[in-house]
Design a protein around this ligand. Structure first.
Ligand SMILES: Cc1cc2nc3c(=O)[nH]c(=O)nc-3n(C[C@H](O)[C@H](O)[C@H](O)COP(=O)(O)O)c2cc1C
Length: 203
């Protein structure tokens, strides 16, 4: 069962031992909240996009897909365009979509996944498992997630901004929060091919 614990927090002006002691004396627990850089990160990413900076993701973006997959992507884009009433091939709509990505789709939290760049592409598989486990665990708590390759568009700048060594490979971003089920986009479902099309049972 999910249990929600509410923590009342107040910000304090001063840092350091003396300030922490004073906070304790006040009957509070001094704490440091990490991760308050989300808004600034969003601004930086939108700024880079607006300036026309060339995306430099650590993992190359696929330039083309095999015809069968390409056709599925096209059909999915068409259905999404119909469901949202927006032409997703329109450059302006695509730009707005990128901005929504950079805003973590309004989710209160975002996660960025990095691994050591010296690892071979085999290890990207591990990150995929890791990401999926995060998403399944979140789902079990009633949370929604969006895995986002777009959040890696400006990987070098993100690493510099977050003080993450250049020796790390940025693999994926994930937005996380309680989904707004009233939003039409959350009623949209992607198609699935028949299991028999992708699985061959040998007996
Ligand atoms: C590796 C990966 C990268 C993705 N990158 C993005 C992204 O940058 N922006 C986005 O809105 N959705 C992204 N998605 C989410 C998909 O567009 C899709 O919404 C999601 O996978 C759910 O649909 P599905 O159940 O058909 O996979 C990504 C998904 C995966 C697996």
């Amino acid at each position: 069962m999910v249990q929600t614990v509410r923590i009342e927090a107040v910000s304090r002006e001063r840092a350091g031992k003396g300030a922490a002691r004073a906070t304790r004396k006040d009957g509070r627990v001094p704490a440091v909240i990490y991760g308050a850089k989300k808004e600034a990160l969003t601004s930086m990413l939108i700024g880079l996009l607006e300036s026309g900076a060339e995306p430099q993701p650590d993992l190359p973006v696929p330039v083309s897909w095999p015809p069968v997959i390409g056709a599925r992507i096209d059909s999915l884009m068409k259905k999404r365009s119909e469901a949202t009433g927006k032409d997703l091939n329109d450059p302006e709509v695509r730009k707005k979509s990128k901005i929504a990505n950079f805003r973590f789709y309004g989710a209160p939290h975002g996660m960025l996944l990095f691994q050591d760049a010296s690892l071979t592409p085999w290890s990207i598989f591990d990150m995929g498992l890791f990401a999926q486990n995060i998403m399944l665990a979140a789902h079990a708590y009633g949370l929604g997630t969006v895995p986002q390759a777009f959040l890696t568009d400006y990987a070098p700048e993100v690493k510099q901004f977050l003080n993450i060594p250049e020796t790390k490979r940025m693999v994926l971003g994930i937005s996380i929060g309680y989904p707004d089920m009233e939003s039409p986009v959350n009623a949209f479902r992607t198609d699935r091919v028949e299991t028999s099309e992708i699985v061959k049972v040998m007996s």
